[in-house]
Design a protein around this ligand. Structure first.
Ligand SMILES: Cc1cc2nc3c(=O)[nH]c(=O)nc-3n(C[C@H](O)[C@H](O)[C@H](O)COP(=O)(O)OP(=O)(O)OC[C@H]3O[C@@H](n4cnc5c(N)ncnc54)[C@H](O)[C@@H]3O)c2cc1C
Length: 297
């Protein structure tokens, strides 16, 4: 189906895009990679009267390391992150970018668009929630940084005001002795995961100094499995502590039964994926170079 007719506007700066949002009101939507918005428009679930295109704004696609953090421009494509040695400084970020849908989607879709969409099945929020992540938010004349946990408010709902946009995503580089992994179960590449799990550990010798665990697709937003994190923090990572964390993560999942599986099935899957991600994260924290691929049905 064709989308409804709309007016097309090409922004030349992020400030100008924010000003256009302010002038055009609720009828206006930003266009980044179009990988969520265009399908919704074609199905006529979204019918914006005005599209403000960000794709011609210079200097919005970059990956750089600055002051102990990785900075991603809002328009940085998943594929650019997948291919970037700078982004690979945080291996869980590479896992995420490389596992999103297929090459076509990764070539167009952007990290900023993905976080702004706040799809409960989206990969970026789940992964970035295990790291110290801030989202740069731009208005015409003001800029602020919001912690990711405060940025995602609900399914498809963020802290962005109508005339505000994502300008940048900033992720603190974890200390040495850290390791993370992101794994998902998917029916095939170009679909969202059935369930996903992100684990980020910080080790001091044999002791787990800090742990962050997030679950995707099993709630209205990515779920931080706090009890599971607590089961690992300050502990030796033995079979017993790992089993306790897996069980706590399973209990934290809050899935709905749908065409991808029953709620019980997804809860069990969440536990298995956390175990798999933990095993890889532990090896990576020891400095081993391990691939973490998704599991396809
Ligand atoms: C077949 C298919 C499979 C997919 N599978 C997956 C998957 O497995 N995992 C996954 O995570 N994603 C998946 N996606 C979604 C993909 O990752 C999109 O790239 C992403 O959700 C949205 O990014 P975008 O740049 O395409 O945004 P757009 O579609 O252009 O925009 C999405 C929304 O965000 C707003 N927006 C865009 N940029 C900004 C900004 N800078 N500031 C504020 N608001 C903004 C838009 O107005 C719109 O409302 C899939 C998409 C398709 C088509």
């Amino acid at each position: 189906m064709y989308p409804r007719a709309f007016h097309y506007h090409r922004a030349s700066s992020l400030e100008e895009a924010a000003a256009m949002l302010s002038q055009l009101g609720d009828e206006a939507k930003l266009l980044a990679g179009g990988q969520s918005l265009i399908p919704l428009m074609k199905l006529r679930y979204a019918n914006p009267g005005h599209l403000v295109d960000l794709n011609f704004v210079p200097g919005t696609s970059y990956i750089k390391e600055e002051n102990g953090a990785l900075h991603f421009g809002a328009l940085t494509r998943h594929a650019e992150i997948e291919a970037s040695p700078v982004a690979a400084r945080i291996p869980i970020i590479h896992d995420c970018a490389a596992g999103i849908a297929d090459v076509q989607v990764r070539n167009r879709g952007t990290i900023g668009g993905s976080l702004a969409e706040a799809d409960p099945s989206g990969d970026w929020a789940t992964v970035l929630m295990t790291l110290q992540t801030e989202v740069g938010c731009q208005k015409t004349k003001a800029h602020r940084r919001v912690q990711l946990v405060d940025f995602i408010k609900d399914a498809y709902t963020t802290a962005l005001a109508h005339d505000e946009l994502v300008s940048e995503v900033v992720v603190k580089i974890p200390p040495s002795g850290s390791g993370g992994a992101y794994v998902a179960f998917k029916r095939s590449a170009p679909v969202y995961p059935t369930v996903s799990a992100a684990v980020q550990l910080s080790m001091e010798g044999e002791i787990c100094k800090d742990a962050a665990i997030a679950l995707g697709c099993v709630g209205l937003t990515a779920i931080k499995a706090k009890d599971a994190e607590g089961a690992l923090r300050g502990q030796r990572l033995t079979d017993k502590t790992i089993a306790a964390a897996v069980e706590a993560a399973r209990a934290a999942a809050d899935p709905q039964s749908d065409m991808r599986g029953s709620a019980d099935y997804k809860r069990t899957l969440a536990g298995s994926l956390v175990k798999r991600a933990l095993d890889i994260a532990i090896l990576r924290a020891r400095g081993e170079q391990i691939e973490a691929g998704h599991i396809y049905a």
